[in-house]
Ligand binder design. Structure first.
Ligand SMILES: Nc1ncnc2c1ncn2[C@@H]1O[C@H](COP(=O)(O)OP(=O)(O)OP(=O)(O)O)[C@@H](O)[C@H]1O
Ligand SMILES: [Mg+2]
Length: 276
């Protein structure tokens, strides 16, 4: 796989710079996952830089969701490592990774249907808490009220960004699929993630909603130097939004490169784009 490795290493440099600019936001090193006789991921390695949008494409069953499970900490790989900001997080729980700034959305929407849209997004900030328990609550009541107000302001801001302001008080379970997906996205971005994993975010979205999502992805990568990994079947959307694309096929990295490089890759056209 020398050509693939070369393509990965020569991929576009991260958009941001800093004292530790050489450290990628997220990296996979030789990740392998087996389900009985099936090798869902086979020695997969690639990196995502800060502020970079990386597309992950491949046919059904290629291993894309499994890869997100490994990166987010839902599944432990049989082999290989997951690095976050230069640190090995392979043995950290999903919660511990979330505390380090990793967020994801799911291929099947997972909102709290009985909560309002606003509260769904607010719960994504609640884990921070105020610390100190009931006593601290009593002693520092005004501070808490201020925090609470700041959170509500942040939630309102994100709802606006996601086109959800008009349904803020509606129960999330009553929303059409496109808006429900946007609630998931709002939950994932409200706490200013460092690494954002989006699993088929445009599935079920109207064209206008997908455009809004595209703008949102570009804004958070630029303004917050967030690394975004996008699993997506809409190839046009991937080509427009991503700096680099990794193509998975049967658990292996088939190719990696810029959108034009991927579009010109004969192997990819045959295996995934249905040509040749
Ligand atoms: N929990 C599981 N137990 C057994 N096999 C699994 C499990 N999860 C995934 N697989 C298998 O691993 C392979 C990769 O599946 P995965 O869901 O990661 O693919 P995907 O690229 O996300 O596909 P899709 O485009 O359909 O969402 C498939 O062969 C799938 O059947
Ligand atoms: Mg999947």
């Amino acid at each position: 796989m020398a050509t693939v490795q070369t393509a990965i290493q020569t991929g576009r440099a991260p958009a941001s710079s800093g004292s530790d600019a050489g450290v990628s936001a997220m990296a996979l090193q030789g990740v392998t996952v087996r389900f009985g006789g099936i090798t869902a991921l086979d020695d997969v390695s690639f990196e995502v830089g800060r502020g970079e949008v990386l597309g992950l494409i491949g046919p059904n069953g290629a291993g894309k969701t499994t890869l997100f499970d490994v990166v987010s900490g839902v599944r432990t790989p049989d082999d290989g490592r997951v690095m976050l900001d230069g640190a090995d997080v392979t043995n950290l729980s999903a919660v511990a990774r979330a505390r380090r700034g990793m967020r994801r959305t799911f291929q099947r929407v997972q909102t709290f249907g009985w909560l309002t849209v606003e509260d769904n997004v607010l719960t994504a900030l609640e884990w921070r808490g105020g610390g100190g328990g009931i006593l601290a609550d009593l002693v520092s009541f005004p501070t808490r009220r201020r925090h609470e107000r700041a959170r509500r302001v942040r939630v309102a801001e994100v709802l606006e960004l996601c086109g959800l302001s008009t349904v803020a008080k509606d129960p999330a379970g009553a929303l059409p699929i496109g808006l429900a997906r946007m609630v998931e996205v709002a939950r994932a971005i409200v706490d200013e993630p460092k690494v954002l994993l989006l699993d088929e975010p445009t599935s079920g979205l109207e064209v206008g909603e997908a455009d809004r999502l595209g703008d949102l992805i570009q804004a958070i990568r630029k303004d917050e130097a967030c690394a975004v990994v996008l699993v997506e079947h809409d190839v046009g959307f991937v080509m427009r939004q991503c700096d680099r694309i990794v193509v998975l096929d049967l658990g292996r990295v088939l190719a990696a490169g810029t959108p034009p490089e991927i579009q010109a890759n004969a192997e990819v056209r045959t295996a995934y784009l249905g040509e040749g």
